[in-house]
Design a protein around this ligand. Structure first.
Ligand code: PEP
Length: 256
């Protein structure tokens, strides 16, 4: 029905030699995935080609950028375009991570543009959504996340939404050591799928992989991934340690 995915987000961490060491450990350590499972590494721009070379022999590992520009090309100093990513065969890009929304003020409409540019270049977005603590405290997280999805994704066609990847990351759980309970994760993932179903129909909604992100580690991955609407995780801190991330990969359910 849909893929079960362990996606790493290395963020702005590691030197080149550390990235090389981690990529080599994953290239040799990530073997024997079950059917329908996928592993994606969200690597800083300068290391994409370096890691690509290190994981070249491993069919289980795929690369993702952590961001892309909302412009196609031109005089935008410091930006990286989807055209550039496509030209070096990067199949995935993380779009709308809460750190980019918060620190770089990325708006719903900019994210919609990035999603469109990525899809037009055959790059699959991993679209992040999730509420801050004050929204959770007023129990309005469903409406908050629904708006994020509607404003940046609901212009997509049914065909574009098929097999899409969404990461639900409650901001209060990112990098804090505080994880949403598996019940809270399931509740929101089921809500996201229902919102998708009301726009695109249940058949399409069932093909969308919805990953959970927020302090996932080896010790809690199995419990979180066991929930029916949780299709794996987007993992920050714990993805920087090979043994930890491999154990998280081994906690995935079989996919389809
Ligand atoms: C993330 O940034 O996507 C993330 C989930 O980070 P962490 O796992 O460190 O909470």
């Amino acid at each position: 029905m849909r893929k079960q995915i362990a996606a790493a987000n290395w963020k702005m961490n590691l030197t080149a030699s550390q990235a090389e060491t981690l990529a080599t450990a994953l290239a040799t350590g990530v073997t024997h995935l079950q059917a329908g499972q996928q592993v994606i590494l969200g690597v800083p721009f300068p290391y994409l080609i370096l890691v690509q070379n290190k994981i070249a022999g491993n069919q289980n590992l795929f690369l993702s950028a952590q961001n892309c520009a909302d412009k196609l090309n031109g005089a935008y100093t410091g930006e990286t375009s989807v055209e550039m990513l496509q030209s070096i065969s990067i199949p995935f890009v993380i779009i709308g991570h809460s750190e980019r929304r918060e620190y770089y003020h990325e708006t719903h409409s900019q994210l919609a543009t990035k999603v469109d540019l990525a899809l037009a270049h055959n790059i699959q977005p991993i679209f992040c959504c999730g509420e801050p603590l004050h929204i959770r405290e007023t129990n309005t997280q469903n409406e908050f996340v629904e708006k994020q999805l509607k404003e940046s994704l609901f212009h997509l066609s049914n065909a574009q939404m098929k097999n899409f990847i969404i990461a639900y990351e409650p901001i209060w759980a990112i990098g804090t050591g505080k994880t949403a309970s598996s019940g809270q994760a399931q509740e929101m993932h089921a809500h996201i799928r229902q919102v998708l179903a009301s726009q695109y129909g249940i058949e399409t909604a069932d093909t969308v992989s919805i990953l959970y992100g927020g302090s996932v580690k080896a010790a809690n991955a199995s419990e979180i991934f066991s929930k029916p609407d949780v299709d794996g995780g987007l993992v920050g801190g714990a993805s920087l340690v090979a043994s930890e991330f491999i154990s998280i990969i081994e906690s995935l359910k079989p996919g389809a």
